[in-house]
Design a protein around this ligand. Structure first.
Ligand SMILES: Cc1ncc(COP(=O)(O)O)c(C=O)c1O
Length: 467
């Protein structure tokens, strides 16, 4: 009775990424009301700088009160707005994006399409660039939501570009070529590469070398590049963030074919922590893409009061400059707290310089180096330790034992509780393992002495029969 899409399970809701959230909802940690509950460390939310946003709101009451120069504009905002978005908001957003990129690239507000978050931006781009039988190549590990956002309704396929821990999960030409050949084997037409820069879940920004490789590959294969730069404002350490737009400008590729095959996705969900406001965008140099995406944006517009409020906030340059700096400082401090807490528990992380999470190496805690063992460890950490973290398999990582742990969606106190729990757990695993090793040694040595006894008894029989 229902449509194929309504019944299909390709939404990805049964992945451990979403299952962990469900368990957290049933038994959420609260310092006083539920101190033994699950701590949510699987959500890349930024709650570190809300006080800065709140103090801006307090000093700008007109923006919240739907007023302009003291006069109500409620009626203006209440009426239907056309899907091109408010010019003032698009201008402010374009300038904010340039500011994050240290003004090395400029953005033309006419090439910007507003969407209800990056979720909608990524899906809209898939609708514009590909269809059933087509594929996008994605470096692994990748954001688990992409199985839903890129594939579910569009029927576009994802072919992984397998990256490995041996080089810090960096993209190589051979990995790109392998993925391309794999897509051909599956009879899929490669339409593009989608990168997330800085990466979710790695927390690293792409090097110039990687970006150049990707651009060269896309030029050779004549495919698109979608660059999801949703975490661009979270870069808190060197190397600096390099946008795909900057990489192209540096190679003087403006106004070439490749220039019109570059599409940038951005949203205010991470840098400003406004994931509930649903503000995202597509930036493209391709006129047809901009026009089609603008029409499609009817299915997920940004409300007029949100546009009005944020156009005022982002136009306040003094505020945005201070905010970005302070927010990055806070993210860095919090990340260091996570890294040292994990170090204390004998657990290491991939060196990161961005994002709201770390990519954590727990291979030594696996009973075997398999994905089954990774799932077993994840379940234990969720149900016995009370932490919801995301296993690497949910990010399509090709090596078992890696986990994404988020640190910016909770208070420092809660992170402290989580670190104590993980330390106790890691110690119990290693001490159990040492105990098991000790028992094994003991058994071997007992058996050895038993064998020696038998050998000496047998040899004494031999001597007796000789006599
Ligand atoms: C890489 C990436 N893209 C897109 C999204 C979706 O963001 P939004 O809340 O703007 O839809 C996320 C959210 O975590 C993400 O990590």
């Amino acid at each position: 009775m229902l449509s194929y899409k309504a019944c299909s399970d390709s939404h990805g809701q049964d992945s451990s990424y979403f299952l962990g959230w469900q368990e957290y909802e049933k038994n959420s940690y609260h310092q006083i009301h539920n101190p033994n509950g699950i701590v949510q460390m699987g959500l890349a939310e930024n709650q570190l700088s809300f006080d800065l946003l709140e103090s801006w709101l307090e000093s700008n009451p007109d923006s919240m009160g739907f007023k302009r120069n003291g006069e109500s504009i409620f009626r203006e905002l209440a009426l239907f707005q056309d899907y091109h978005g408010f010019p003032a908001f698009k201008n402010a957003l374009a300038e904010f994006m340039a500011e994050i990129r240290r003004n090395k690239v400029k953005f033309d507000p006419n090439k910007l399409v507003l969407t209800a978050g990056s979720t909608s931006a990524n899906e809209t781009l898939m609708f514009c660039l590909a269809e059933r039988g087509d594929a996008f190549l994605l470096p692994t590990p990748y954001y688990p939501g992409f199985d839903r956002d890129l594939k579910w309704r569009t029927e576009v396929e994802i072919v992984p570009i397998h990256c490995s821990s041996s080089n810090g999960f960096r993209i190589t030409m051979s990995a790109l070529e392998k993925a391309y050949q794999q897509a051909k084997k599956l009879d899929l037409k490669v339409k593009g590469i989608l990168i997330v820069n800085p990466s979710n879940p790695l927390g690293t920004s792409m090097t110039r070398n990687e970006l150049n490789l990707i651009v060269s590959f896309a030029m050779a294969k004549q495919v698109h590049i979608v660059s999801d730069e949703i975490f661009s404002g979270t870069v808190f350490d060197s190397p600096n963030f390099i946008s795909i737009a900057e990489a192209l400008v540096d190679r003087q590729l403006e106004n070439t074919d490749m220039w019109s095959r570059i599409h940038i996705v951005y949203s205010l969900s991470k840098d400003l922590g406004l994931s509930g406001f649903r503000v995202g965008m597509i930036y493209s140099n391709n006129e047809t893409v901009v026009s089609a995406a603008t029409k499609m944006s009817s299915f997920g517009l940004v409300s007029s009061q949100t546009q009005y409020l944020l156009s005022n906030m982002l136009a306040d340059k003094k505020f945005t400059g201070k905010y970005l700096k302070e927010n990055q400082k806070r993210i860095k401090k919090r990340k260091q707290m996570l890294v040292s807490g994990l170090e204390n528990a004998g657990i290491g992380c991939l060196k990161s310089n961005a994002g709201l999470f770390c990519w954590v190496d727990m291979r030594h805690l696996l009973s075997k180096q398999t994905f089954e063992a990774e799932k077993e460890l994840w379940k234990k950490i969720l149900s016995e330790v009370g932490l919801n973290i995301s296993p690497g398999s949910s990010c399509h990582c090709s090596e078992p034992g890696w986990f994404r742990i988020c640190f910016a969606n909770m208070s420092a106190e809660t992170l402290g509780v989580a670190m104590e729990r993980i330390k106790d757990f890691a110690e119990s695993v290693t001490s159990n393992r040492s105990r098991r090793i000790y028992i094994c040694h003991q058994m071997i040595s007992d058996q050895r002495s038993l064998i020696n006894k038998w050998v000496s008894k047998l040899s004494s029989y031999d001597h007796e029969s000789d006599r």
